[in-house]
Design a protein around this ligand. Structure first.
Ligand SMILES: [Zn+2]
Length: 167
């Protein structure tokens, strides 16, 4: 099983390397920044921004969508760990743009006999969804009002970033 493979690699060297990378670091992100992005396996957040362990908080989910749980984590990150900027990074050719909420909800209902209680969060255009996520963060009562919120669409082919300026 693949979980076993992960544990084998942890025992082989992973645990030691991770401990070494985290040595001397506190839990406060040195660059006081949160990156929200997709769980897509091709995106290496540290590599993409030339970061080291300990410099940012990374929040990932399917799509890089600003969900209730992203807002929860950003709030804790700001209030307890001092972050002040958020980068929302969604990407081209995302799986979340390849089906709709209605289609996937129906598929799940056919299989499980009930609709999921959560929103699937699909989108047709990542640029539009990034803008909506930024608006959601900006209007949230618990996110600090002076937070610098920036949004981008990452080109999954050449890894260039296009900044999104909603309105
Ligand atoms: Zn994606």
């Amino acid at each position: 099983m693949s979980g076993e493979e992960l544990l084998r690699r942890h025992a082989a060297d992973g645990g030691r390397l991770a401990a070494s990378a985290a040595q001397g670091l506190g839990s406060v992100p040195a660059l006081h920044t949160v990156v929200v992005t997709c769980m897509d396996t091709r995106i290496d957040v540290l590599g993409l921004f030339g970061l080291a362990v300990g410099e940012v908080h990374t929040l990932r989910n399917a799509g890089g969508v600003v969900t209730d749980d992203v807002v929860r984590s950003v709030t804790i990150s700001q209030r307890k760990l001092g972050t002040r900027e958020v980068l929302v990074v969604q990407h081209t050719r995302c799986g979340l743009a390849s089906f709709t909420d209605a289609e996937f909800s129906e598929e799940l209902a056919q299989d499980a006999g009930m609709l999921p209680p959560w929103r699937i969060g699909t989108f047709a255009d990542p640029a539009v969804d990034v803008g909506r996520g930024m608006a959601r963060l900006r209007r949230d009562p618990f996110v600090l009002p002076d937070t610098v919120i920036r949004g981008f669409v990452l080109d999954i082919e050449d890894f260039s970033l296009r900044e999104i300026h909603p309105d």
